[in-house]
Design a binder for this molecule. Structure first.
Ligand SMILES: *[C@@H]1O[C@H](CO)[C@@H](O)[C@H](O)[C@H]1NC(C)=O
Ligand SMILES: *[C@@H]1O[C@H](CO)[C@@H](O)[C@H](O)[C@H]1NC(C)=O
Ligand SMILES: *[C@@H]1O[C@H](CO)[C@@H](O)[C@H](O)[C@H]1NC(C)=O
Ligand SMILES: *[C@@H]1O[C@H](CO)[C@@H](O)[C@H](O)[C@H]1NC(C)=O
Ligand SMILES: *[C@@H]1O[C@H](CO)[C@@H](O)[C@H](O)[C@H]1NC(C)=O
Ligand SMILES: *[C@@H]1O[C@H](CO)[C@@H](O)[C@H](O)[C@H]1NC(C)=O
Ligand SMILES: *[C@@H]1O[C@H](CO)[C@@H](O)[C@H](O)[C@H]1NC(C)=O
Ligand SMILES: *[C@@H]1O[C@H](CO)[C@@H](O)[C@H](O)[C@H]1NC(C)=O
Ligand SMILES: *[C@@H]1O[C@H](CO)[C@@H](O)[C@H](O)[C@H]1NC(C)=O
Length: 650
């Protein structure tokens, strides 16, 4: 969205009136605004000769077909299974069509705005031109007003609704200036404060000091107290690496605002000598928009991710998608994930969706003028190739960002799936709640973002309870506050309020409701909390799968300690899939597996079904595990040999 700095000179002394202009019957209302904040007072009509910088976002083509196209390459029963698309093929399929471009240009020309005045973005995403106030009002059959934020003095131009010709409507995503007003800024010190408690980052629920662990020979005694690499291998029957890893299959790991420390990795490698990981082993940098790692003092997340992944995949490499310069990564931005997606898909930088063309005002702006040490380069677009597998241990609540913001990202995960990328997200550490609590009167379950996107594999957490061995069943991770972490922790799961139940899990979800109906009222229409309901019976269920996420041995800032969270589960599962891709390549097959859920749900017996435990939250016990898929541990934990057989023969 274009930022408007000072427009006072552009405004005529006319107060806003709500009288809607008549429009010809050939035209339709394209966008209409709802109520706005009382802070936007004193709206004045824009002057006829004011310069208006207009941007027309063009609709992506074929987005509504994206789901079916993804299933066509991801469903093992499809004849196109595994026939992934190139980056250009994906781009061409969804880019606004030439027909859209010419239809909109033709409309503009016939309204007196000739082609020579129009700038067209590289990937067809939008058209831009400068028009006078009068011209734009006539074009859109509306009146424009300049609004002033009574608290900050910020100004913005907008209208209540605008019209376009009927035959043009399908080609246009949105027009700016249009109905949108910018996010209301806070003032002074408040404006510079960090992301609030709606923080979107899962961190391990606080590492805790543990009995020091010394060098260990391979063994699985004590896995009920401390999960070492040997315990992970034993739980999921992961054999030692036996094929030469492919140079084209580095494991992708995303981090933001949290950094690994090399000395901690080295201490960890030294503690587990049987994995023969030499000191200095470090991820391959794919640093985005000024991000840098390692740093001297580690965060709990990055160390945890690498300490779990390396023992599973070494000597395969890890590619570290460290994102955002230190200013934005520290939380001085409400947006999340968009700069990462820009960096691995150039077309994401300018594609339009639901009124957003490229990044949102919530996202970091580069070059970064906010901080002297900030990244002064241009926003990275398509700088890196996505890896075959990407693990992300970050997320928040579905309602932490606007719905269009989340949907645009979820569509992007669909496009990455078409290109053969397998994406794993932690399911969250707050059970049926989210980090920022519950919905409605704090009783309605709050699903996770991006955990509930139907085009990613969401990974929940399990735990090996005290006195059990690695051959005993695990349970859903659910620890009350103080036992052992300072805050309560339960593996995230539930049902989306945004996305419907995808076909690949429809039978699994129906089976759960039929045989293990949760003891809570639910809603299934568009009204949150209808009938006193606590969850959306028609939403996408998550997680899809799970892996251990409790009592994990780590090294942080020179100390051995325990950590946990679904933050651990995602890299474990992703590492296993990465290993299997290496096995495929070694067997002479094409490597990438793309979006995995369709094949995983068809092969539930490749998992250790978890049938004990719940995911408490919102003052309830949450959902219960059950035989088969459940919204606590998904299909269960991986059984490497079985999963390998399924995915090697796919
Ligand atoms: C096995 O691992 C446990 C910790 O999980 C450790 O206390 C013990 O010393 C190890 N045993 C051997 C023989 O290394
Ligand atoms: C891992 O990275 C190192 C350093 O770039 C390289 O020498 C090695 O060949 C890579 N290994 C694989 C399996 O790609
Ligand atoms: C790696 O990928 C490149 C192209 O991206 C290809 O030329 C090469 O053969 C691949 N190497 C292996 C071992 O698959
Ligand atoms: C590896 O690094 C660790 C931690 O700094 C250190 O204790 C250990 O002696 C090093 N090992 C070698 C072989 O240098
Ligand atoms: C960053 O700077 C721009 C102008 O340079 C300002 O509009 C914006 O509010 C600042 N953002 C933050 C998060 O400080
Ligand atoms: C919210 O919960 C409180 C305490 O149970 C109750 O008194 C109040 O009426 C509820 N409000 C709504 C809007 O349901
Ligand atoms: C585990 O076993 C020990 C020793 O037999 C016993 O004291 C403890 O209560 C057991 N813990 C649980 C959770 O069963
Ligand atoms: C429940 O899920 C359905 C399907 O995605 C959706 O259409 C509906 O709006 C959701 N209800 C609420 C209240 O979010
Ligand atoms: C939606 O919920 C209502 C009441 O809880 C129930 O009668 C209806 O059958 C449900 N519909 C679906 C499609 O689940």
């Amino acid at each position: 969205m274009t930022r408007i700095i000072s427009l006072t000179a552009l405004v005529a002394a006319l107060a806003a009136s709500s009288a809607a202009r008549p429009s010809p019957h050939t035209h339709v209302v394209h966008e209409k605004r709802g109520a706005i904040s009382a802070r936007w007072g004193d709206a004045m009509r824009v002057r006829p000769d004011a310069d208006m910088h207009v941007k027309i976002g063009l609709s992506q083509s074929n987005l509504h077909r994206g789901h079916d196209m993804l299933m066509d390459v991801s469903d093992p029963s499809s004849e196109n299974y595994g026939k992934f698309w190139t980056e250009d093929e994906v781009h061409d399929m969804f880019a606004p069509s030439d027909e859209s471009v010419s239809a909109v240009k033709h409309w503009l020309a016939s309204s007196g705005i000739h082609e020579i005045r129009i700038t067209h973005s590289d990937n067809k995403g939008w058209l831009a031109f400068i028009a006078s106030g009068n011209e734009l009002e006539n074009l859109l059959h509306t009146d424009f007003y300049e609004y002033v934020d009574s608290e900050t003095g910020d100004k913005a131009i907008a209208t209540e609704q605008y019209h376009v010709p009927k035959h043009i409507q399908e080609h246009i995503d949105y027009i700016n200036p249009g109905i949108r007003l910018p996010y209301l800024r806070k003032r002074g010190a408040e404006a510079r404060s960090k992301r609030s408690s709606i923080s979107k980052i899962y961190k391990p629920p606080q590492t805790r000091p543990a009995p020091k662990f010394g060098p260990m020979s391979a063994n699985t005694t004590g896995c009920d107290k401390l999960i070492t690499p040997d315990c992970v291998a034993a739980l999921y029957n992961i054999p030692p690496v036996s094929v030469t890893p492919s140079p084209n299959n580095s494991l992708g790991i995303f981090e933001e605002g949290d950094y690994y420390a090399q000395s901690d990795l080295d201490s960890f490698f030294t503690r587990f000598p049987s994995y023969k990981i030499p000191n200095g082993t470090a991820p391959t940098p794919a640093f985005i928009d000024g991000a840098k790692a390692p740093q001297q003092y580690a965060g709990g997340e990055s160390n945890l991710d690498f300490m779990l992944a390396y023992p599973i995949i070494y000597p395969q490499n890890i590619t570290l998608f460290q994102t955002d310069d230190s200013y934005y990564a520290a939380g001085y931005s409400e947006g999340f994930f968009n700069t990462f997606l820009d960096a691995i898909d150039g077309s994401y930088c300018t594609s339009c969706y639901a009124g957003e063309c490229g990044n949102d005002p919530k996202d970091p702006v580069y070059p970064d003028t906010n901080s002297t040490s900030g990244y002064k380069g241009k926003l990275m677009c398509g700088t890196y190739k996505p890896t075959n597998v990407i693990s992300v241990s970050y997320g928040g609540a579905e309602d932490a960002v606007p719905q269009y913001y989340y949907e645009r990202q979820c569509n992007e995960f669909m496009k990455l799936g078409l290109r053969g990328v397998s994406i794993f997200f932690s399911s969250g550490d707050s059970g049926v709640a989210s980090r920022n609590g519950c919905l409605g009167n704090s009783t309605i379950f709050n699903p996770g973002w991006p955990a509930s996107c139907p085009y990613i594999t969401s990974v929940g957490a399990t735990k090996l309870p005290e006195n059990r061995t690695v051959t005993d069943p695990e349970v859903a991770a659910n620890d009350p506050a103080g036992h052992p972490y300072s805050s309560a922790y339960a593996t995230g799961g539930g049902f989306s309020n945004i996305f419907g139940i995808p076909d690949y899990q429809a039978d699994a979800v129906a089976n759960y409701f039929e045989k293990h109906n949760p003891p809570y009222p639910y809603y299934n229409g568009s009204k949150l909390g209808e009938n006193g309901g606590l969850y959306n019976r028609s939403g996408r269920g998550y997680p899809d799968v799970s892996a251990n996420g409790d009592n994990i041995a780590v090294y942080v800032n020179g100390e051995s300690s325990f950590s946990g969270g679904t933050s651990a589960s995602s890299p474990i599962f992703a590492s296993i899939v990465n290993r299997i891709i290496d096995e495929r390549i070694a067997a002479g097959k094409s490597g990438p597996l793309g979006f995995l859920n369709p094949i995983l749900y068809k092969n539930a017996d490749a998992f250790n079904d978890i049938t004990e435990g719940t995911n408490s939250g919102c003052g309830t016990d949450g959902f219960s595990t059950a035989p088969g898929w459940d919204p606590v541990t998904g299909l269960g934990t991986p059984n490497y040999p079985k999963l390998k057989e399924v995915l090697l023969n796919a």
